[in-house]
Ligand binder design. Structure first.
Ligand SMILES: Nc1ncnc2c1ncn2[C@@H]1O[C@H](COP(=O)(O)OP(=O)(O)O)[C@@H](O)[C@H]1O
Ligand SMILES: N[C@@H](CCC(=O)OP(=O)(O)O)C(=O)O
Length: 363
């Protein structure tokens, strides 16, 4: 596929990287973005911003000349920088009379289905009331286990949460560049595109191009097209939404996963691994089947009933993700057993399946 078509941007998530917001000329960046977003709202589009930059802004306010490495210091930078970041957004939107709303999220907020749905309702209410939500990770309280990874991943999760039909990742590059430094307009195979990627050149951002492509892969599974575009172009967002050939479009391929299944596979973090024998691996791969105890040959990790687990074939290759009906110890006892023996092995019966097909996503 090498032709681009205009994305249907009724609901648009725009992620802006630290370097773009806090590097040279950051004042005009906030203003240029606010102007474009206000114009999109006037066309009755719903827009939300995932904004990085808290740590970078806080770090200069606190006098660090390099990014600190100690977690507590990074958290302090985020706490100081976040309010400056919001002030910059508020000032940029003020001329258009657009209220901005701060949402700080941790992964734990989205890993709980009820909190996830509450966050979705809050976004809908904000849009209905005419505000522009500005989302960042709650870095001040987010320790390693509850981190999203980086804001590219946060943006992909927020795009599916918000039911977006377009995700724009703005960075300080034209888009994905090939080995000759030329812009790649369209990516249909993320794994192939990843081969082009080197490390990020700055100590401001955390993601790099690989992270943007991973985020795009994640969003594409929910049918959301992603464009990586250049924040240095003051009209980039406008151009992307109107379908101009700028940046790199990562087009969704294949069937679109249902919202809950996407959440199981791409928002939840697997707490353990189930190893399957050949027959079970085949049955799961072909789709539409539950995992029964008989096909389990090994279990790793520490999970409870309802936690996400990853399902691997005997060679360790990941096949699927799903919600376990039993915890680690019980799965270990049930491995290889016949379904009718579950109650006698465990002393209770929590369901015939280790992972029910309704809770299972083949990758
Ligand atoms: N093939 C590539 N094409 C474009 N950029 C690349 C590529 N490989 C690595 N990069 C790096 O990725 C960076 C963008 O990621 P990052 O620094 O995390 O930005 P942001 O703060 O906007 O998230 C670019 O500035 C560039 O240094
Ligand atoms: N949440 C952090 C940003 C983390 C991040 O992913 O940064 P970037 O790679 O610049 O998008 C902050 O506000 O500083």
């Amino acid at each position: 596929m090498n032709e681009r078509t205009a994305p249907d941007g009724r609901r648009v998530v725009v992620k802006v990287g630290s370097k773009s917001l806090v590097g040279d000329g950051s004042g005009p960046r906030f203003e240029a973005l606010a102007k474009q977003i206000a114009a999109l709202r006037a066309e009755r589009r719903a827009v939300l911003v995932v904004s990085s930059g808290a740590i970078a802004l806080g770090r200069s306010a606190l006098g660090f000349d390099k990014r600190p490495t100690e977690i507590a210091q990074l958290q302090a930078c985020a706490a100081v920088g976040q309010s400056r970041l919001m002030r910059a957004w508020e000032e940029a939107f003020a001329p258009y009379g657009v209220p901005v709303a701060q949402l700080l999220l941790t992964h734990a907020d989205l890993a709980d289905r009820e909190r996830y749905l509450n966050a979705r309702a809050a976004l809908d209410a904000l849009w209905e009331l005419g505000a522009v939500p500005v989302i960042n990770e709650n870095d001040t309280v987010a320790v390693e286990e509850i981190k999203f990874g980086d804001n590219d991943q946060l943006a992909a999760m927020v795009a599916t949460l918000a039911g977006a039909d377009l995700l724009v990742l703005l960075s300080d590059v034209e888009g994905l560049l090939d080995r000759e430094g030329k812009r790649v307009p369209l990516v249909s195979d993320v794994s192939e595109a990843l081969a082009l990627v080197g490390a990020s050149s700055s100590d401001l951002g955390t993601g790099g191009m690989a992270s943007k492509l991973e985020a795009a892969r994640r969003a594409a599974k929910r049918g959301v097209p992603v464009v990586i575009a250049d924040a240095r172009d003051g009209r980039a967002l406008e151009r992307v939404v109107s379908g101009e050939d700028v940046g790199t479009l990562i087009a969704p391929l294949g069937a679109k996963l249902a919202s809950r299944k996407h959440w199981i596979a791409f928002t939840l973090r697997p707490r353990g691994t189930l190893l399957l024998d050949e027959g079970a691996a085949k049955a799961i791969r072909s789709g539409g089947r539950s995992l029964l105890p008989a096909g389990v040959i090994g279990v790793r990790g520490d999970f409870s009933p309802g936690d996400a687990v990853t399902l691997c074939d005997a060679a360790g290759a990941e096949i699927a993700r799903g919600l376990a009906r039993y915890g680690t110890r019980d799965v270990a006892k049930l491995a290889g057993a016949n379904t009718r023996d579950i109650a006698s092995i465990l002393g209770f019966h929590g369901g015939d399946e280790i992972v029910h097909r309704d809770d299972l996503v083949v990758l």
